[in-house]
Design a protein around this ligand. Structure first.
Ligand code: 4AD
Ligand code: MG
Length: 456
């Protein structure tokens, strides 16, 4: 039996072929006098295969109307140099078999649909040029993440999805329980015998492994019950979290900046076809902006200096700023897009706005935290050097009203062979938005979960 060939390989053929078998979907059909053109795809690449269906095929008129937009078909034919403009090869069909019909109610027509409409048909949108491209790039980006860390001798750790600790201390946890929600909850009678949640970050578990295997990373789903309906927040998103022993904040920033650049370089190289498409149809100037980031070093600026720049800017922000407050995304974007005109890393944030695990600086006011900010997005990476001094960590736990007992395993790392260590988290979808120019996080996740939405 003839083996199916993916369209991406058919299009990359170096010579004509007598018999080729392809299977996929019809994007559109155009009928001429005694033949039809099919724009055919199997999703293996952006470009479709042009298929000529000759009118003299047996019973042509009885089945050709079933080869409409959305129908799945198996086509056997010969690959010949295309007579038309715009493609090198075309497939001259010798047989066409309709596998699954799609009638006129098929919602994905050839015209452009709004992103809102596409979210309503999230089960069909990967068949479109845009979403097919986004998810091919997403797949390659995940592979690039693993390559980056493997090349640098990092071990990949699977940290738990169900946890009992709130790493970020922001109280944005989804509860995991098997108890009847209509009754008063007695956690000791619950499945795990105590309150449990979906993880907001794998960091604390990654730290334990860094303090054993030196360089590790986790890459998995994280969950935040944060009621913010923005284009950059999802309730379920993927995070990449490296953690390094014997590493201070400087080394942490070095790695984060190298990581961002490496992922840009990799994507431009491995997804050139999709990237050209995004540049043309999604975000004009995308390629130029990414190249611009690649060619520049990241500026580093201390938090207080960044706030001073914003206060002096004369800009009126929706959220007024003062020293000690969190930077909002409008502030972050002003810094990177308007002031510095390059990606920047802001470091040494006020202790009061950061989680308990960050290392206290000698000034008594700030912690060794850092955020990487990029144009168009704002924060893409957040990280820190971790507090490795036992007494200081214990005092942080107290100050944050966290029980030393719950975190005893974490504190133990400071009791036995403690080392300076650092790490960060990169939002995988934020990076994907930055790379593709897609402006809503809902459109780079296969099935987005956001407040009020858990469809599909
Ligand atoms: O800054 P965050 O909250 O840092 C942490 O969770 C640390 N424990 C990471 C670490 O040091 N290991 O989150 C890290 C990154 C952010 O910079 C952002 O890119 C992304 O995760 N992120 C989100 N992405 C999508 N939707 C959300 N709701 C996100 N919240 C954070
Ligand atoms: Mg952050």
């Amino acid at each position: 039996m003839l083996k199916r060939v993916l369209v991406k390989h058919v299009l990359g053929a170096t010579e004509a072929m007598d018999t080729v078998l392809v299977e996929g979907w019809v994007r559109s059909r155009r009928d001429a006098k005694d033949f039809s053109f099919l724009d055919f795809t199997d999703g293996s690449c952006l470009t479709g295969l042009q298929v000529i269906v000759p009118g003299e095929l047996p019973d042509y008129s009885s089945w050709i109307n079933q080869c409409g937009t959305g129908a799945s078909v198996r086509i056997q034919g010969s690959l010949i140099p295309s007579q038309g403009q715009g493609q090198r090869w075309e497939l001259q069909a010798a047989s066409v078999e309709v596998i699954g019909k799609a009638d006129a109610t098929y919602p994905l027509q050839k015209k452009r649909h709004s992103p809102e409409f596409m979210r309503e048909i999230a089960h069909l949108r990967p068949r479109s040029n845009l979403f097919g491209s986004v998810f091919r790039v997403r797949s390659r980006l995940a592979q690039a993440v693993h390559r980056f860390f493997t090349e640098r001798d990092f071990y990949y750790i699977h940290t738990p999805i169900i946890t009992a600790s709130d790493c970020e201390g922001a109280g944005e946890l989804f509860r995991v329980t098997t108890l009847d929600p209509s009754k008063k909850i007695d956690s000791s009678a619950d499945f795990f015998g105590k309150p449990t949640y979906l993880t907001v970050s794998g960091q604390l578990a990654a730290e334990t492994f860094a303090c054993a295997l030196s360089n590790v990373y986790t890459f998995g789903p994280t969950f935040r019950a944060e009621n913010s309906n923005t284009t950059r927040h999802a309730s379920e998103f993927w995070m990449i979290e490296p953690e390094m022993a014997f590493c201070d904040l400087g080394g942490d920033m070095d790695l984060a900046e190298a990581f961002v650049k490496d992922l840009i370089r990799d994507t431009l190289e491995t997804s050139a076809e999709e990237m050209a498409f995004f540049d043309r149809f999604v975000d004009k100037g995308l390629l130029e902006r990414l190249q611009w980031v690649l060619d520049r070093s990241f500026e580093r600026v201390a938090y207080h200096d960044a706030v001073e720049i914003l206060l002096q800017s004369g800009q009126s922000f929706e959220y007024p700023l003062q020293h000690g407050l969190n930077l909002q995304s409008e502030h972050e974007r002003y810094l990177t897009e308007t002031h510095f005109k390059c990606p920047i890393t802001v470091y040494n944030y006020p202790k009061a706005i950061k989680p308990f695990y960050m290392r206290a600086n000698d000034d008594g006011e700030t912690v060794a935290a850092m955020d990487v900010l990029v144009p168009g997005i704002g924060e893409i990476v957040g990280g820190s050097q971790r507090e490795e001094r036992l007494e200081v960590l214990e005092s942080h736990l107290k100050a944050h009203d966290l029980s030393a007992e719950d975190y005893s395993w974490y504190v133990d790392l400071r009791r036995f062979g403690s080392v300076p260590h650092s790490g960060f988290g990169m939002g995988f979808e934020r990076m994907l938005m930055f790379l593709t120019g897609v402006s809503n996080i809902r459109d780079v996740i296969p099935f987005a979960r956001t407040p009020g939405h858990a469809d599909f």
